[in-house]
Design a protein around this ligand. Structure first.
Ligand code: PLP
Length: 461
């Protein structure tokens, strides 16, 4: 017999929140936390850089959903492209392709750096990284390098939440204690995070050199014949938008080439304009062997991700197929969404807007650093920015988690109508790439206000 469960009406805020607490897992929020907060934010409208909740409150979407809403909310041209595709061919059949998917693959080959020419499509970032890792291992296997199965990743990176990706990197707000043991193929090395460099480096160049040397040492320690790939985000989000010091990626490329290790760029956040360049690879001036992408390719209007392989990697799958697939790979509606989305990015010059508005935001953040003693560092590139807050600027000591500083900052921003959730020791800031100069000032004013409230609460000012 079925349980008697009421389906809430879509305009009944109280019933929706109650049903959410009872029946829905909301990402990275516990039921106790949601009950305390009165339930999740229930969105019923969105336009441009704004989202509106069921009670009519409006917020600026300060992190583009989760770093994906690059062209902003409510873009009818993308919705229409999805509708038209679904009304025509709603999905391919086994071992077939559709025109938009082929067009998107060609478009990506046109845009990607170097000879990265062939794409395997999936549904999101974790699957893209799974795909890239499998591609890398299969590449070695088919060349007779059958022992290469280890993957080197950096502490403080994030590459997804499937079993195959969760232990790569190490995100400060994603505890992995429930998911033991650490897979035997995962090797961790330091993040080139100059502000809190693991090596205590005196200069960015020293931090870059020591962090890159640690990769070579790890390869030698494990044996080059056992290492398949190095994976990293060109600019890494979890520790607060770590832009590696100059020369780091060039040195990593050299090391990978020296030992026959493939270089995978996880461009799930950095791809498609966020840094003020089309790809993070363009931003750092290094071409990887494989790019994983997702988020910005459709701005989240349809779940699409993928892996773009260089000619050399793709060639090993010429005679026998890449033994890998998902039911919904190459979804034509996803490809239609991506083509319409990229058309907006190009026609509205959003990559350049990300660069210019990013510089404006950086100036405002640097002003905040002058004014607020808890601001230890501001960093990032394009419209991927961060404030790292510290208890003591001299020693860079962080606040104890029990002081709930990130909760106070989050409340200060949300109360002012800016939807950004601070976590661990930083405030992430990544508005849609359509943001205007006036909106950047509004975002900055709200963050400034939240910092003032928090400092007052701490008895600092
Ligand atoms: N890689 C990076 C750099 C990400 O930021 C994310 C998600 O935030 C992922 C991979 C995982 O993507 P998804 O959540 O679509 O699986």
């Amino acid at each position: 017999m079925r349980q008697h469960i009421e389906i809430p009406r879509s305009d009944d805020a109280t019933a929706l929140r109650k049903a959410a607490n009872e029946h829905l897992f909301v990402g990275m929020s516990s039921r106790a936390q949601l009950e305390q907060e009165g339930g999740p934010l229930v969105l019923t409208g969105s336009q441009g850089i704004y989202v509106k909740d069921i009670d009519g409150r409006e917020y600026i979407d300060g992190i583009s959903g989760m770093y994906f809403r690059n062209i902003g909310h409510g873009r009818e041209e993308v919705a229409r492209a999805v509708y038209e595709q679904l009304s025509n061919v709603s999905m391919n059949v086994y071992a077939s392709a559709t025109p938009p998917t082929i067009q998107l693959a060609a478009k990506l080959a046109q845009m990607a750096p170097g000879d990265l020419n062939r794409t395997f499509f999936v549904q999101g970032g974790s699957e893209a990284n799974e795909t890239s890792l499998k591609m890398a291992q299969a590449y070695h296997m088919r060349r007779g390098d059958t022992g290469r199965y280890k993957v080197i990743s950096r502490r403080g990176s994030y590459h997804g939440n499937t079993y195959g990706t969760i232990w790569l990197g190490g995100h400060p707000s994603f505890p992995r204690t429930d998911y033991q043991p650490v897979p035997p193929n995962v090797v961790h090395v330091p993040q080139p995070y100059f502000y809190q460099c693991e090596f205590g480096s005196a200069t960015p160049a020293e931090c870059a050199e020591k962090s890159a040397n640690a990769v070579e040492e790890a390869i030698l320690f494990h044996g080059p014949e056992s290492v398949s790939a190095f994976i990293g985000e060109p600019v890494s989000q979890p520790y607060g938008m770590i832009v590696p010091p100059d020369g780091y990626w060039q040195r990593i490329r050299e090391i990978c080439d020296k030992y026959g290790v493939l270089l995978i760029f996880d461009e799930v956040i950095t791809g498609f304009g966020r840094l003020g360049t089309w790809f993070g690879a363009d931003f750092v001036g290094v071409t990887p062997d494989i790019i994983s992408f997702a988020k910005g390719v459709t701005s989240g209007y349809f779940p699409v991700g993928g892996s773009i392989a260089s000619e050399e990697v793709a060639d090993v799958f010429t005679e026998t197929p890449f033994s890998h697939m998902f039911t919904y790979s190459s979804h034509p509606a996803g490809a239609a969404a991506a083509l319409a989305n990229l058309e907006v990015v190009e026609s509205e010059n959003l990559v350049e807007n990300a660069r210019v508005r990013g510089e404006q935001l950086e100036r405002r953040l640097l002003d905040m650093k002058e004014m607020h003693p808890i601001v230890g560092d501001v960093r990032g590139a394009g419209l991927l920015r961060s404030i790292e807050f510290v208890k003591d600027r001299e020693t860079k000591e962080r606040f104890d988690a029990s002081m709930k500083v990130s909760d106070s900052l989050t409340k200060g921003m949300i109360d002012r109508g800016l939807w950004i959730r601070s976590y661990a020791f930083h405030i992430p800031i990544a508005p849609p790439l359509i943001v205007t100069a006036d909106e950047i000032d509004q975002i900055a004013d709200k963050i400034d206000g939240a910092l003032t409230d928090t400092e007052k609460g701490l008895g600092i000012v």
